[in-house]
Each structure stands twice: as C-alpha cells, then as structure tokens.
Design a protein around this ligand. Structure first.
Ligand code: KIV
Ligand code: ZN
Length: 515
C-alpha cells in the first residue's frame, strides 16, 4: 500500500530526553509500562534511558531491553569507554539493541563545555563509534548542538563516524535555535556533502525553545532526514522535544504534501498521551495540538453547525483516528468486570488479571458515589490502582473536620512500606491540616511549589483531580490524585509527589549538565 512512499523511522525518547523534564522522573515499573505502550504504538526505536547516569537508569533500561520484542532498544552513552561498556551491558539482551553515543560538535560546546580541540572531538567520536560497533551493528552517533556547528566540520565528523560503523547519524537542534528553512538547508547540505551518507540513516532531534520543533523536524524530513526523534506530548528539557503526535499526524493528514509513512498505529496516540501524562504528572495543555482536551472541541455555534453537517468543514482529522473515543459515556454501578475489561482494552490499556481485579474493586467503590463513570474516571482508577503499586507511602484512611466554625483538623492512617502509622493535626484549612499530618507521619519536609485542582469530568459529582509540585533537597517532583472528595484527592496527590521524591532520593535523576 505504501510502496510509493518512503518510511520515516520513529525514534521515541520520552523515557530519556522526556524524563529530563523537571519533575518527570519515573520508576522502573512506570518506564516499563510506557515502553510496552510505545511498542504497541508502533515506535521503531525506544531510547530507554542513559544507563551510566545511575544504577536505577541502568536497571530500567535493562528491564526494557529484556521485555520488548519488536522495537529496537537504544541506550544513550557519552562518547567514552565507560559509558559505552555500561550502555551495552544494559541492552545486550535486547532482541534489537542499539547503542547511541554522542559528543558536541559546535565551537561553543567544544571550547567551553568539553574544552577540547575539534580534532580531539573527531577522534573521540570515531573511537566511541568503533567501540560501540564492536558490540553491535546498530550504532547511532549524535553531534550534539549540531545545528550550531560548523557545517563542514559536521559533515567531516559524520563521514568519519559512518566509516567507523555508525548506521544512523543524528543532527540535533539541542537548544531549539533553528528556523525551519535554515534547518532544511542544513539537512540538505549534510546529505550533499557527506560522501558516505548513503550508508547511514540521517536523523534529526529537535528541541522546542522557539516553538519550532515540529516545523523543524518536518522541514528536515522534506530535505532527506529519514529518522525523527520525538517524545509523547512533546515533553523534555526546558520547552520540550518535538512532539510525536504532531509529527505523525502531520505526515498522516497531509499525504499529498508528505510522501512518507510511519508504522505508528495512530489510534493508540491518545491513550499513550494520557498514560504518559498520568505517569509523569505533566498535564497536557488544553489547546495542545492532537491530544489537548480542546483539540477536537468546537465551541463556536457556526463551527458546531458546520461539523454537524459535515465534520470535515472544521475538522482536518477525525478524533477516532487518534484514538479519542466518541462514545465516552460508559459504565455505571451495574456494569460487570467483563464490561470494564472490554472498555479498558478499547481505551488502549492491557492489564493483567490481578491489575484488573484491583481496578474493578476501585471502580465499584467509585460507582457507589458517582452515577456515570467516564473514560477519565477509569484512567484515574488505573493510575491509582495499578501504576502506583510499588509506592512507599499509601493512604489507608482520611477523616477531615472543617467548616466556618471549627479549626480544620485531619486524622490520617498511612501505610509506610506496609506498616500502618496514624496521627491527627490542625491546619489553617482542611488541605493544610492534611498536608501537615502527612508530612509529620512520613518525616518529609517538602515545600509545596504548586497546587492545582480541576474537575475530571462534568457534573457536581465529578472526581476532583489535584496536581502538586513538591520540592525537597533541590529535587522537584509532581504528584497527582483523583477522587470525588477533593480533600482525599489532595491527599493522594501529595502522597504521590512524596513517593516520587522518595524514588528520586534512591535513583537520582539525570543532571542535564552531565550531558
Ligand atoms: O538534545 C540533544 O542534543 C540530545 C542528544 C544527546 C541527542 O538530547
Ligand atoms: Zn535532546
């Protein structure tokens, strides 16, 4: 079907560059779940992490490498022997391993960050690729800050690393500085001035500092790039990376303009976006292209009228194409386990029997309080019941007294590593009281940087969804919680944030400076 079109290789770096978003660090089980979802989505390569960064990263990459069957699993390594050896140890059992090594090639980075001469950088790049190629024939080399590098030096480095065994050469716009036309010209220059470029795939990796990551990536594709490096929801350092859903849907929606295809199953885009948002706690802005809550909402009467007559009047894509179910109204009190299971599968989640039992129990509890259970509710139940199974702190009981004539008081029972602890205290308001006692019981001293609350669905019986941002010892973590009782949702979000901080204490996140 796609014989007249060229394939674009989709390289997902949600678990590596995406994880470098402030507060987005994930534990091994969470990474594994995202990796499995990305494989089902049809991603060609998953950058599972940076094994030399921490023992936690190493273990997570190893677990992903051992689990995935179809997708290539890449490990990021700086251009040195230790990183590459460590990276290989993490991925050597993968069905399709890839070593991804990188070094900066711009004058600015070479002079100030690396304090190396261009010839030394070239030598290191070649040695590193040779070492990587001694382990596997699937080696990617990235010229960090490539878009601000001298064009001819860039081509010289690419030529040398391809000779040394690199099968993919990646041109990153590390600081999101490029402009689409200029980036397209650079890609064309590299294609025309790297004599052996036909022996490798040219890849691009863009950051979104000027909001141009998607445009730059697409411009690069039209100039010859055949691999694109992306993250779900565009998460990543600073303003983020190129968003997978935007690039894939641009190629998909404009086939006459872009004679290319990807192997992405677009109907899994929305569930994957929700999963990443739930796990990382990074909310998707409502007006975000493709996956934002308003991406397919038509408020203006004239638009609604047009869409009713023919959806194509104002919709360039169908919501179903990206996996947004039209039939959101779903289950209730009388729905059984089988109906819940079928619906969860339709939403794009694969749960084990045990996980389904946990979610079903929570579903029944919620159905006692809320008449109509919608997709958003079910996602929150999956998040609470399944994705957080390895937590240190768990909420067992909460009772809060508040009103305009009493001192707000909270009584809490927590389980800390399975051991119950309880206590009660006051606060200036009910949430303050809850957070005070949780902080005391857990012995944590985090600062609450941000607290937001919104309704997950319509109606006064909706679940409140709370997102918090916590800081402790210089580490920042997000937390999320949902419940029809907003005080309970607030407690759950706080506890989720504390669990993330706990994980970060034992698994320090990658320091951007170390890249
Ligand atoms: O942005 C960047 O340059 C990177 C490289 C490590 C590929 O993330
Ligand atoms: Zn990057």
């Amino acid at each position: 079907m796609n014989t007249d079109k060229q394939k674009i290789i989709v390289f997902d770096t949600t678990l590596r560059d995406g994880e470098q978003s402030p507060g987005a660090s994930m534990n091994q089980a969470e990474k594994l779940r995202i990796a499995t979802q990305l494989e089902a989505l049809g991603v060609d390569v998953i950058e599972a992490g940076f094994p030399a960064a921490s023992p936690g990263d190493f273990e997570a990459v190893k677990a992903i490498a051992q689990t995935l069957k179809k997708t290539q699993v890449a490990a990021l390594c700086r251009a040195n022997e230790e990183d590459i050896n460590r990276g290989w140890q993490a991925i050597k059992n993968a069905v399709h391993p890839r070593i991804h090594t990188f070094i900066a090639t711009s004058e600015l980075h070479m002079k100030y960050k690396l304090q190396m001469e261009p010839d030394q950088v070239l030598k290191k790049a070649v040695e590193s690729v040779k070492l990587a190629a001694s382990f596997t024939d699937n080696v990617e080399f990235s010229a960090e800050d490539g878009s601000r590098s001298d064009k001819d030096f860039l081509c010289k480095v690419f030529e040398a690393v391809i000779d040394a065994g690199a099968t993919t050469v990646n041109l990153p716009d590390t600081v999101g500085y490029a402009i689409p036309e200029e980036f397209a010209q650079l890609v064309r220059y590299v294609m025309e001035n790297t004599p052996n470029i036909d022996k490798a795939v040219l890849s691009v990796h863009c950051h979104n500092d000027l909001g141009l990551a998607t445009s730059n990536t697409l411009a690069a594709v039209t100039s010859g790039a055949r691999q694109v490096e992306l993250t779900i929801n565009g998460i990543g350092e600073r303003a983020g990376n190129t968003s997978m859903e935007e690039v894939v849907m641009a190629l998909n929606t404009r086939p006459n303009f872009f004679p290319y295809f990807t192997d992405i199953d677009t109907t899994r885009i929305f569930p994957t976006s929700r999963l990443v948002s739930m796990i990382t706690g990074i909310l998707v802005q409502p007006n975000k292209a493709i996956v934002g809550a308003n991406a397919f909402a038509h408020e203006a009467g004239i638009h609604q009228d047009g869409v009713l007559k023919n959806p194509m009047t104002y919709e360039i894509m169908k919501p179903e194409t990206v996996g947004i179910s039209k039939n959101n109204l779903v289950l209730g009190k009388h729905s059984g386990r089988h109906a819940l299971h079928t619906h969860i599968q339709e939403m794009g989640y694969n749960l084990t029997d045990e996980e389904l039992n946990t979610v079903f129990k929570k579903f029944k509890n919620l159905a006692d309080k809320k008449k109509k259970i919608l997709d958003e509710d079910i996602e929150a139940l999956i998040n609470e019941g399944v994705l957080r199974s390895s937590d240190v702190f768990n909420l067992e009981y909460i009772h809060v007294l508040s009103g305009n004539t009493v001192y707000p008081t909270a009584s809490i029972v927590l389980k800390i590593n399975g051991r119950p602890v309880q206590g009660a205290t006051e606060g200036s308001g009910p949430i303050d009281a809850v957070y005070n006692i949780i902080s005391k019981l857990t012995g944590t001293k985090s600062e609450l940087l941000r607290f937001t609350i919104s309704a997950l669905t319509e109606g006064t019986d909706a679940q409140g969804e709370v997102t918090v941002r916590l800081k402790e010892d210089g580490m920042v973590a997000m937390g999320k919680g949902a419940d029809p009782d907003i005080i309970t949702a607030s407690a759950l979000a706080y506890i989720n944030g504390l669990n993330r901080l706990e994980y970060m204490k034992t698994h320090p996140p990658i320091e951007p400076a170390s890249l």
